[in-house]
Design a protein. Structure first.
Length: 281
């Protein structure tokens, strides 16, 4: 990882990485695609985790930003919402459309960059916008993202998001001494973190060729303030000590619902948060 120095367009680099990994993600047991095919009631672990906070979404028009291969999008549709999924990776959307067709889900998938979502979908179309863990870190400007969310929502609509905590993204995950050390930026910076990694976050034997990506962190206050500045009202903010993958291999314990938390003193740091915000009527 380097802090800067890579001048290639971040969308091109990041899209190539996601395109390269889409098939491996769909084939991995971590995404449980086979369970979706055989069990029409099955929901992703990410959506199940937040069911008490999500509430009844039946009959609502929902949009899943950065939907990847669509398992969370399909889960929301199974809860009764009329779902649209948006992602910039054509290969990811190919996997999502295939799964939706195989399961008979009436989900629309649209290829677009997040910042172009209003042009691609239209303003004021959605009762709720959903975004899942590990989405915001791919975007350089959280204020611009918040403006897109606000424009996509109908009056009275809400944003529902669970995201990796900025403390998690700032932690050094390579330390072997058991200490939790903030080594990467907590606050948003103009220059990206440039990562060179030939692996991925699911269990797979696949090999990849597009292995350079750009990421940004966004402080919790920056996210909240960006939404408030768009006129949204914060209605919930809950921090969690768990995350639905294993960012620190060998140092985490598995919980119900495929959640993981630090095995050693998990109260030391938040790993994810759930946030809800509503657009005024």
């Amino acid at each position: 990882m380097t802090a800067n120095g890579d001048t290639e367009d971040y969308r091109t680099l990041n899209r190539a990485s996601w395109d390269d990994r889409a098939a491996a993600h769909a084939a991995s047991s971590d995404y449980s695609v086979d369970r979706f095919r055989v069990d029409p009631t099955f929901l992703s672990n990410v959506v199940q985790f937040d069911l008490p906070r999500l509430g009844d979404i039946s009959g609502l028009d929902g949009l899943h930003l950065q939907c990847h291969i669509g398992t969370d999008t399909l889960s929301l549709a199974r809860l009764g919402a009329r779902m649209t999924g948006l992602d910039f990776s054509g290969e990811s959307l190919g996997q999502a459309r295939e799964l939706a067709a195989e399961t008979g889900a009436g989900v629309e998938f649209v290829q677009s960059d997040v910042y172009d979502a209003v042009s691609a979908l239209g303003a004021g179309r959605f009762d709720f916008v959903f975004t899942g863990v590990g989405a915001l870190c791919w975007l350089p400007d959280v204020r611009r993202w918040a403006a897109v969310v606000a424009e996509l929502l109908r009056p009275g609509g809400r944003l529902f998001m669970r995201e990796g905590h900025p403390v998690l993204w700032a932690l050094d995950d390579a330390r072997q001494d058991g200490l939790l050390v903030l080594d990467y930026p907590y606050f948003e910076r103009d220059e990206p973190l440039v990562w060179h990694d030939d692996d991925t976050y699911v269990q797979t034997d696949a090999t990849f060729t597009h292995n350079t990506v750009h990421n940004w962190n966004h402080g919790l206050g920056e996210v909240v303030t960006a939404l408030l500045d768009q006129g949204l009202t914060l209605t919930q903010l809950v921090e969690h000590d768990s995350v639905p993958w294993e960012p620190f291999p060998g140092k985490m314990e598995r919980l119900d619902g495929d959640e993981r938390r630090m095995a050693d003193r998990p109260w030391r740091a938040p790993l994810t948060y759930t946030l809800q915000a509503r657009k005024p009527e």
